[in-house]
Design a protein around this ligand. Structure first.
Ligand code: F6R
Length: 263
């Protein structure tokens, strides 16, 4: 794992978008795992800019989103399908049929989860999975005690997560759905590469527990420590509780792979 600290959320998002763009340029048929949430909005805005200005080409890509609220239809402005269309898919040249977002409005969520896992398998597996972290330590909607080997399934959301996301539902936690479909921790760990973006001081404590603490199902994000290829991009505020930052800063300042991103 590498932890890279950038001065502010904009620069952290810019670096994340640059890494995604490089992977697409190296493998035009990249299978890209995507996340939603406020942290990712800047990343998608950067990718849209790169598509418009530099012709970043998504036409060969397939995408798989981490999660979706149960009970929301695709045209509900609170659904993650709607979010992805608004922030990314409507503005780039990806075939709509190549964008997979779990359908939270189906009657049989278990069948939907199985279909999603099969679609990932048919696509040849996820090359690069983008992740954010919730204040409960979740990645996707893998709330505390999610098995590290879990697969895509339905999951009850913690009150902490529903509170965290209430702002997107008019500030009313009661309007936030109680359950979601989510890629499992094990499904996430199957991706060839992980890219975790974390910004803001509200994430500082949980980020340190995820990256430097013990691997535990109580903090699903700590499972990324098991992955052989994981980059964690954070801003100064989110880095506030990290113990090992001297080393992380040294890596960014000295390792050749980061040279092109140093100013
Ligand atoms: C959403 C997802 C979640 C978010 C996390 C952070 O698809 O995977 O794990 O990444 O809840 O959300 P924000 O960025 O809104 O703080």
């Amino acid at each position: 794992m590498e932890v890279i600290i950038r001065p502010d959320p904009q620069q952290a998002a810019w670096l994340t978008a640059q890494l995604i763009a490089r992977r697409i340029q190296a493998k035009p048929d990249l299978v890209l795992g995507l996340a939603t949430g406020r942290t990712m909005e800047r990343v998608y805005a950067e990718l849209v800019i790169m598509h418009r200005r530099n012709g970043l080409d998504f036409s060969g890509c397939k995408t798989f989103n981490l999660d979706e609220y149960i009970g929301l239809t695709a045209d509900d402005p609170h659904s993650y399908r709607y979010y992805m269309n608004q922030h990314l898919f409507n503005h780039i040249n990806i075939a709509p049929g190549h964008t997979y977002v779990l359908n939270g409005a189906v009657a049989d969520v278990k069948a939907e989860a199985a279909r999603f896992e099969a679609a990932i398998h048919t696509a040849g597996g996820i090359d690069l999975q983008l992740l954010g972290i919730g204040e409960s330590g979740h990645i996707g909607f893998n709330e505390p005690l999610s098995a590290i080997m879990s697969r895509t399934r339905d999951k009850a959301l913690t009150p902490a997560t529903r509170r965290q996301n209430a702002a997107l539902f008019g500030g009313d936690m009661e309007r936030v759905p109680k359950r979601a479909l989510t890629m499992g921790v094990g499904t996430i760990l199957d991706a060839s590469e992980l890219l975790l973006l974390v910004t803001g001081k509200s994430k500082a404590d949980i980020l340190a527990r995820a990256v430097e603490g013990p691997i535990t199902a109580m903090v699903s994000a700590s499972a990324v420590q098991l992955h052989a290829s994981c980059k964690v991009i954070v801003d100064e505020a989110a880095a506030a509780c990290l113990q090992g930052r001297d080393y992380y800063d040294w890596i960014f300042a000295n390792e050749p792979e980061w040279a092109e991103f140093r100013s």
